[in-house]
Design a protein around this ligand. Structure first.
Ligand SMILES: C[S@@+](CC[C@H](N)C(=O)[O-])C[C@H]1O[C@@H](n2cnc3c(N)ncnc32)[C@H](O)[C@@H]1O
Length: 273
């Protein structure tokens, strides 16, 4: 799956393992491409209502190497001026992102959402597949709502309880001592309902290519490390069981993925305690 200017695979570049794992995952799925198609449609609708002279402030929380951020910027800037703040704690992913920026107005911050202190208000805040790494969701959402302009929108993408999520949960219970489960979109919806925050939800399907896992090669092992969030040495004892499980749920070497896109507007601003 290529989306970088440099045709060489991003995963070939030298990074610490964590970033290699994310980039390796990305090469095994059309999740990003499908997300970008979906987001372009949604944001074109939003941007077509904007005035060409207004400035649109965009914040991307956990931007990674920015392929979705750049796609969103390109969609919005067809309608109005856009200024973007993109933050991510990974210096390596931010430096990849920096290489992709041409004439867009983007400030990159090496920061987590918890640490970042917004000093402007935003028209649109996105956070795609980042909430798995954020412990306190109520705090994170409250902070986003505080940073949102009137009529602004937040979009959070998270995996639903799809076959990949079920696979994670099945093996998490074996690998980890605690009763860990993958955090998913149902959990976020339950929290929003509890907090009395209205939301809208869409689902975007994609495929995960697990043929490397079935072949037990290096990229397959890295994919399992990313999915199960454990170094392969700790997964080796379960290898046979993992392959057996995957063979039962795969279809021609692929697993179905379903991501939820949860949209919140600032109408409920101020309701969080
Ligand atoms: C699965 S990647 C998704 C990247 C990008 N949003 C995308 O969809 O391609 C998750 C990203 O969240 C970042 N991240 C991890 N913890 C974070 C935190 N506390 N605040 C903000 N970003 C975080 C990681 O560095 C990583 O780039």
């Amino acid at each position: 799956m290529t989306y970088m200017k440099d045709p060489k695979s991003a995963a070939d570049l030298l990074f610490t393992k964590r970033h290699q794992l994310f980039l390796n995952f990305d090469e095994h799925t059309d999740q990003s491409e499908n997300a970008i198609l979906y987001l372009n449609t949604q944001l074109s609708k939003l941007a077509s209502t904007l005035s060409s002279t207004s400035q649109f402030n965009y914040l991307d929380v956990g931007c990674g190497f920015g392929q979705k951020t750049l796609a969103i910027i390109n969609t919005i800037q067809a309608y109005c001026l856009i200024k973007t703040i993109a933050l991510d704690p990974s210096h390596e992913l931010l430096s990849l992102f920096k290489n992709e920026i041409s004439d867009q107005s983007i400030d990159l911050f090496p920061s987590t959402w918890e640490e970042y202190q917004p000093n402007i208000q935003f028209d649109f805040i996105s956070s795609f597949h980042t909430f798995y790494y954020i412990d306190h969701w109520q705090f994170a959402i409250s902070k986003m709502l505080d940073a949102l302009k009137l009529n602004g929108q937040i979009c959070i993408a998270l995996r639903s309880i799809d076959p990949v999520c079920q696979f994670k949960d099945y093996f998490y219970s074996k690998i980890y001592d605690d009763r860990r489960r993958e955090r998913n979109s149902d959990e976020l919806c339950e929290l929003l309902i509890k907090l009395n925050i209205e939301y809208q939800i869409d689902y975007v399907d994609s495929l995960l290519d697990i043929r490397d896992c079935l072949e037990k090669n290096k990229k397959g092992r890295q994919l399992l490390e990313f999915i199960l969030r454990q170094p392969y040495e700790k997964l080796a004892d379960f290898e046979d069981e993992i392959i057996l499980y995957l063979k039962k749920i795969e279809n021609n070497g692929y697993l179905m993925q379903r991501d939820a896109y949860i949209w919140i507007s600032n109408q409920e601003k101020g309701k969080l305690s």
